[in-house]
Design a protein around this ligand. Sequence first.
Ligand SMILES: Cc1ncc(COP(=O)(O)O)c(C=O)c1O
Length: 385
Amino acid sequence: MKRPETRIIHTRGARLGSVTVNPPVERASTVLFRTEEALYESKPGYGRMGLGVHRELEAALGELEGARHVRLASNGLQACALAIASCVDAGGHILIPDSAYGPTARFCERRLTHMGASCTRYDPRIGAGIADLIRPETQAIFMESPGSLTFEVSDLPAITAIARERGIPTIADNTWGAGYFLKPLELGADIVVHAMTKYIVGHADAFGGAVITSDERLYNRICATSEDFGIGLAPDDAYLALRGLRTLHTRLKAHEAGALELANWLAERPEVAEVLHPALPSSPDHAIWKRDFSGSSGLFGLVLNAIPEGGMDRFLGALHLFGMGFSWGGYESLLIPCDHQLTRSKGSWTDTRPGPLLRIHVGLEAVSDLKAELDTAFAALKGPA
Ligand SMILES: Cc1ncc(COP(=O)(O)O)c(C=O)c1O
């Protein structure tokens, strides 16, 4: 079997023999047919279902996750919502980690509730304890590992084993692992979702989502839900996601190395109380991370020690290479303060930390430049001597 980085480059399939390396982008709503039969029977019969570039992207994503079926969505949140809405009906119940991406949690707690379902948050480190939260009406368990903002790693095999015993579908948001560092389907998950917007697109210039499964029955439900909501992916975004996939492996290795170097450097800084990065041996999740992941990406968290009045503004004002903005996974480094977004209500994340929570995405710049900038920013944080 060829290596994953080789296989992801060679998923052109039926188009082999045509003249270009990359597929043409067909910008189309209308697809024309010559007969009434073809008009009503052909698939795809309408641009919303996607055309050539979408099929190539689906093939590549199936290869990435080792899955039979892929359904595309216009962004990562839509992919999460599509997967969840395909599993949970009125009267049903879903379990979500306390550290789920905020808008995914909001979909469950607001939209699903409007639709007559209910949602319970669980401690992302709950492991086999998930069994105690399962109710007769539980229809799905959502997982995201490491979790957003606080980076707890969940014991996916423990959770999926219990879900399988009870016949409950599991959904894993694998955006951080990017399809390379974590293989949720091999660890027992039924559905994987991706915000392709992050590492797969990789250049902060397009959105995309994907719902991936090998389960025929779930796939049929995902397709029906997607049709009902009119979910699709714009052809230019599909093209950019496919193009990004071809270089994903190489970029991820660079993000991984840069983030590890910076995380280790930050862990030694007196201004830093804790680095939230599961690949650091000091992380409480390191053992599970090491067992289940083959590497780590460029996104991690940081708890600062107590800072003086005005220190955060001075710190952020000294950053230029690190942009302050949402999203991550592109070639540029980003840093955001996160306390605004934290809505934790469960166990392992307590509010006893000494200072603010930051999230860093390490881009593809030289790490020495990033360290030099943070050094200056830490000096600014302290204020005039
Ligand atoms: C883990 C995770 N899942 C899903 C999403 C949503 O992706 P999108 O921004 O494409 O809607 C994000 C966005 O930050 C994310 O971090």
